[in-house]
Design a protein around this ligand. Structure first.
Ligand code: ZN
Ligand code: ZN
Length: 162
């Protein structure tokens, strides 16, 4: 079985599959990000920090009076994080930066969870392409938008009335 899709995401089958569902193949798999980059092209895949069997994604975070680094799970729909330094606070937004070159990650749209929340974007290709990127909310504890291609986020937000 080919476990890699065309755009560099590893595909793993979902463990649970309900009997009698008519779900398409697309809904039966989860994507795992195997290539991810900061806007300047640094790889943010961290092979030293594994979450649920996959190398995590490394981010630097900053907010008033706090900064540090965390690892985000590379598995779609899995919001597990390893905090390497500093502290994350539930319901609090952080600005996200590349841990290697320090560039700030771009924001695509506002997240609906709270007025100041943003969807932060990172690319699956070395040169940032918004059609081949992933967006996730920068508020700790919010599970919106993670591991969906940016174009899908925009469509979803519009359908939701935002
Ligand atoms: Zn960088
Ligand atoms: Zn949010």
């Amino acid at each position: 079985m080919d476990r890699f899709s065309k755009d560099g995401k590893m595909i793993i089958p979902l463990r649970e599959r309900k009997k009698g569902t008519t779900a398409s193949d697309e809904q039966d798999v989860r994507y795992v990000v195997t290539d991810a980059y900061c806007p300047n092209g640094c790889s943010i895949i961290d092979n030293d920090n594994i979450i649920h069997g996959s190398a995590g994604l490394r981010f630097k975070f900053k907010r008033e009076g706090m900064e540090g680094e965390f690892i985000l799970s590379a598995i779609e729909g899995d919001f597990e994080k390893i905090v390497l330094s500093g502290e994350l606070a539930d319901g609090v937004k952080d600005e996200l930066y590349c841990p290697y070159c320090g560039v700030i990650f771009a924001k695509l749209v506002n997240c609906s969870c709270q007025p100041d929340a943003d969807m932060v974007v990172f690319g699956l290709t070395e040169k940032l392409d918004f059609n081949n990127a992933i967006a996730f909310c920068n508020v700790t504890g919010c599970t919106n938008g993670t591991f969906i291609k940016s174009e899908d986020v925009i469509r979803h937000m519009r359908l939701g009335g935002y």
